[in-house]
Design a protein around this ligand. Sequence first.
Ligand SMILES: C[S@@+](CC[C@H](N)C(=O)[O-])C[C@H]1O[C@@H](n2cnc3c(N)ncnc32)[C@H](O)[C@@H]1O
Length: 349
Amino acid sequence: MGVWVFYDEEPHSVIEIEVTSQTIAPVTLNHYRPPSMIVDCPPEPSSPTVTPQATIAAPIDAPATGIAHPFVKWVGGKRGIIQTLLDHLPLGSPDYPVIDRYYEPFTGGGALFFALQQRRQFQQVCLSDINADLITAYRVIQSDPDALISALGCHAQNHGKSYYYAIRQQHTLTDPIARAARLLYLNRTCYNGLYRVNRRGEFNVPMGRYKNPNIVQAENLRACHHVLQGVTIEHHPFDQITPPHHSPCLIYFDPPYHPNEDGSFTSYSKQGFTAADQTRLRDLARDLHERGHYVMLSNSNADLIRELYATPPFRIFEIHAPRLVNCKSNQRQAVGEVLITTYPVRKLR
Ligand SMILES: C[S@@+](CC[C@H](N)C(=O)[O-])C[C@H]1O[C@@H](n2cnc3c(N)ncnc32)[C@H](O)[C@@H]1O
């Protein structure tokens, strides 16, 4: 025991590694050279087994037991404030019309989608996100969870430091099952479950320190498979959603938050999410409201956000989220958040 060395493939990338008082000093950052050999995993099949636009799945033998939960840890995930979100939805009160269609254009881990699936059935659900690997994982779970479970079993068997960095290096996989398994494996073993990419769009989070990461989680994947049946899953930016004109839809926007002054995490994608994007999102939300849809949005309680949504049809609710989005332990604090709706909120409880 003496020196701890943390590796990253990019010599100058900014890697925020939590160094606690228990960590042995000094810490050295080195350029990582991936190992040439990966043990035991089958090669990537030559032809993809999942079609890019597949939305309806083939049945699988193993029945789902249990309730479906988000299958990834996601920065900005909403599991911790689900009840607050549910309390602000235009559902369950006679003051609202019947809303049969649900859109979530920044799906991420889909915490609200999974929570709603336990409570009600929509006629149509459309999930989308700009993250191609994530959308591939949703589609694979929808169509072939058993193949994913067995690929994850292979990752679990081989898991270790050099294996993690070798898998992280595989930025150009084309087989959907291999891509989905890589995303879930890295998500379950990387530092803090972060998803962060460099300017080339390559995942660059270092390995986390878990004694026994739960890599496969077969039961939850099967439960997710069942609730994803009939759901439309699309890979595109938020402004390409097309809710129908003829009936009111519920649309929940959970974009990357506009940063507070605390350096909050925002780099989900190589494009980032700028103030101009926040303004385009506000304009889209107003437009959807004018077309008769019901819109709820989450964001940080930042000056820009309060200004953008200061006037009707928007209503702003301050909420206190016990979630922490800064990698630096000394800068972690509860995030000031707002919920914004285009409709009056009727509290049922
Ligand atoms: C705050 S997270 C959503 C978290 C999610 N609600 C949950 O419960 O896990 C934001 C998501 O927006 C996606 N995203 C970022 N920019 C986007 C864009 N321009 N269009 C669509 N999705 C985008 C990211 O990939 C990320 O999954």
